[in-house]
Each structure stands twice: as structure tokens, then as C-alpha cells.
Design a protein around this ligand. Structure first.
Ligand SMILES: [Zn+2]
Length: 407
């Protein structure tokens, strides 16, 4: 039987190397060729409380071969290390955890404590969900926090970081625990570990934290959204925050350079360009309307079924207006197509009250790849794998003379 694994990271989260005895090493049922190792003590923090496990490796006594620790899990009081090599029971191993990964998690986690402590004392909301992945930290709060409130909390957390106050982890006695007011006050099995960020937070937690808040460096709120009636907030601390802000800054600088302006002027320059695009679209649409009007006027009076082709980028409202004009002036099917043979055509076809546009649409659907529909007075849609001549031929059959196309 395995007894309780001693959690070395509890007392000494800054140490990375340790010696331990192999209590058992059995084939894992998760994956072939993977083994489940139990040690009498470990520095590897398991996946627990929403936090990813430590990374690192172990070596057998007298060997320099580094065996990677793939995963670390905890069940009850026993910690399981997943490795891809069998080890002999009773032998000694030397373990080493990945310090950068561990320290980053300590920064993120301690930052989260201060953030949640301030949210709790200032607004009374609880942290009801926590996830610390290798890329982002998310917290779910039981109440709604506005952008202004989040920005204020961010400022307060960073002030707590600069104050460099001590972070203390301890196991109080049952009597002492009853007197302490702490977050996450659930019925926890076994001893409760209380983590205190002096002046900011008292919370039950099993993970490693930094010794003083200054080591967090910086906390930045990355995103927030409404979530199940509360707020989901994602944050980053330390180097992860610095890396994120550096990427963001580089992106903004590149954008500013593209726009030949300073980064502060990027939003204004962007809006200006949007306005220019809108104005150009309007002008293009007006020009398209004039061209179509001129073409309609050129169609001989004895042509009843009219087929015209318009520019690929035409505005659908302009096309509809032109089809309406044609329907008023002619007695047959009046269709306008815009696009090209390669990418296909979009179309609007109309006709007078004594005809049905769907009849012509059916003819198209029988011969080509057509999507669309509408009322007897007007149909619209798109067609693929069809040429301008194919379309004109359909109209020619109705007119017995050449339909008029775009020249
Ligand atoms: Zn914690």
C-alpha cells in the first residue's frame, strides 16, 4: 500500500531538485508503454485546483539519463507521475522540475489571489471558476464587473504588487481555522492550507505561490466577458504579461507604420479610411447606376425579354432598381446578371403581372448550377459554372432575336 506522498513544494516551492524513493512503478492503463510512478516525496505539483502540473524529469540513482515527467496527477493523498520508462521499487531517484514553468505558475496564481481578494472585498463576488493553463489564466466571478471596475481592480492589484507584501502559506489547527475568515470556505478533506496575501486576501489553496507580491512583477487584464450571469476575466502576470504586451505593442507599431502615423492616431486614421471606403463605394454605386440607366435606354424598343450584364462589384440595390425600371418599360422577362464566367454570376430577374419569373428560373435550374428563388414578380440568386453566352442563349430562345448584352 502506498502511503501519503510528501509534498515538498508545499514548504519549499523555490527548490527544484530533490531525492526520493520509488514506492511503486506500474504500467499505466492510460497509454501503452507509459508507467505510473509513486514516490515517497515529490517536488512535482500535480494538476489540481484548475492548475496545470509541473514539468521536469527524473534520473535513476547512478544514471544521468533524464526521464521526462509527462503528467502529474493526485488522487486522495497520493501523487502519480507518468513516465515512459519502468523504475525499480525501492531505488532512489533524483528529480528536477522546470523552474521557469513553476515560477510563472506561482506568479499567475498569486496574482489571481490578489485579484479575487479585491473583487471579494470591494464587490462581494466570489471566484466560482479558475483555470490556469500554460497560456492564459481565467477566473469566473459571481457578479458583473464593468470595464471601468476591472481597470480599477487591475490598478489596485498592481499597487499590491509594488507594496511587495509577504505571502504566507500555513496549516492552522482546527480551532484556529474556525476563527479565520477565508475564501473558498468549503468542507475540504484533511488539513486546510491557508494562503494569506497580507492585507489583500486569505484563501484556502494547495498550490505554490511567490514569497512576496513584488515577484509577480505585473498583472494585466487581457479579456472580460459576461458569463453565466457573472463575469469571466482572463489575466496574465509576470513575463507572460510582458510577452503579451510586447506582441501587442509590436502589432500596433507595425500598424502605425503602415498608416504612416503614430500609434495614438491609429484609431482615428482607421476611421478616416473607413469613411473614405464608404464614400468610394457610394460613388461607385452611383456611377454603376448611371451606366446601367444608359444601357437600358439603348435597348431597342421591340426587345421584350432583356438580359443585361453589370460590373462584378455592382450594388444589389442598384441592380434591383434597374430591373424595376425595365419591368415597368418592357413586357417580358428582364434580368440583370453581375459577375464573370470564372466566379459565377449573381442575378435579379423580374417580369410583368401576367408572367412568372419562376418559370424562367426553372429553365436555368434545369441546365445550370443555380441557387435562388423569389416571387412570381421577381427572383434572385446566383449561378455557377455558366458562361455569359449560356445566359444570353436562354433569353434568345424567348426573343427569337438577339438579346442585348453588355458590350
Ligand atoms: Zn493559490
Amino acid at each position: 500500500m502506498n502511503s501519503k506522498t510528501i509534498k515538498l513544494y508545499d514548504e519549499k516551492p523555490y527548490e527544484t531538485e530533490f531525492e526520493a524513493t520509488v514506492l511503486s512503478c506500474t504500467e499505466s492503463d492510460r497509454k501503452q508503454g507509459q508507467y505510473r510512478l509513486v514516490l515517497d516525496r515529490t517536488q512535482f505539483f500535480p494538476e489540481e485546483g484548475g492548475q496545470t502540473p509541473d514539468r521536469g524529469y527524473i534520473c535513476q540513482e547512478g544514471s544521468s539519463e533524464e526521464i521526462s515527467v509527462i503528467d502529474v496527477q493526485i488522487k486522495g493523498d497520493i501523487i502519480y507521475h507518468y513516465i515512459d520508462k519502468p523504475l525499480t521499487e525501492g531505488t532512489t531517484i533524483h528529480g528536477k522540475t522546470d523552474w521557469n514553468h513553476r515560477f510563472s505558475n506561482m506568479q499567475q496564481h498569486t496574482g489571481e489571489h490578489i485579484f479575487s481578494g479585491i473583487v471579494n472585498s470591494k464587490y462581494g463576488y466570489d471566484n466560482v471558476g479558475f483555470h490556469l493553463s500554460d497560456s492564459v489564466v481565467t477566473m469566473d466571478y459571481s457578479g458583473q464587473l464593468s470595464a471601468e471596475e476591472l481597470s480599477e481592480i487591475e490598478r489596485l492589484v498592481n499597487r499590491a504588487i509594488y507594496e511587495n507584501v509577504p505571502v504566507i502559506a500555513e496549516y492552522p489547527s482546527k480551532e484556529e481555522l474556525e476563527k479565520i475568515d477565508y475564501r473558498s470556505k468549503k468542507e475540504l478533506p484533511g488539513d486546510v492550507r491557508i494562503v494569506t496575501v497580507t492585507g489583500y486576501d486569505v484563501c484556502a489553496c494547495c498550490a505554490p505561490h511567490v514569497r512576496n507580491t513584488g515577484e509577480i512583477g505585473i498583472l494585466k487584464v487581457i479579456t472580460s466577458q459576461n458569463y453565466k450571469g457573472g463575469t469571466r476575466v482572463s489575466i496574465l502576470c509576470g513575463f507572460r504579461a510582458l510577452d503579451y504586451l510586447a506582441r501587442e505593442h509590436e502589432l500596433l507599431n507595425n500598424l502605425a507604420q503602415e498608416l504612416s502615423t503614430s500609434w495614438e492616431n491609429v484609431p482615428g486614421q482607421f476611421r478616416k479610411q473607413q469613411d473614405e471606403i464608404s464614400a468610394l463605394k457610394r460613388a461607385l454605386s452611383e456611377a454603376g447606376e448611371k451606366i446601367l440607366d444608359a444601357e437600358i435606354s439603348r435597348v431597342p424598343a421591340d426587345v421584350n425579354h432583356v438580359c443585361l450584364f453589370a460590373d462584378k462589384e455592382s450594388d444589389q440595390n442598384v441592380i434591383r432598381k434597374a430591373v424595376n425600371r425595365l419591368v415597368d418599360e418592357r413586357e417580358g422577362y428582364c434580368g440583370i446578371f453581375w459577375g464573370d464566367d470564372e466566379g459565377g454570376y449573381r442575378f435579379i430577374i423580374g417580369c410583368g403581372a401576367d408572367m412568372n419569373s419562376n418559370d424562367l428560373l426553372t429553365e436555368f435550374k434545369e441546365k445550370f448550377k443555380v441557387r435562388g428563388g423569389g416571387s412570381p414578380a421577381m427572383v434572385q440568386g446566383s449561378m455557377q459554372e455558366v458562361s455569359k453566352d449560356d445566359i444570353l442563349n436562354i433569353f434568345r430562345q424567348h426573343n427569337n432575336i438577339d438579346a442585348i448584352g453588355e458590350q
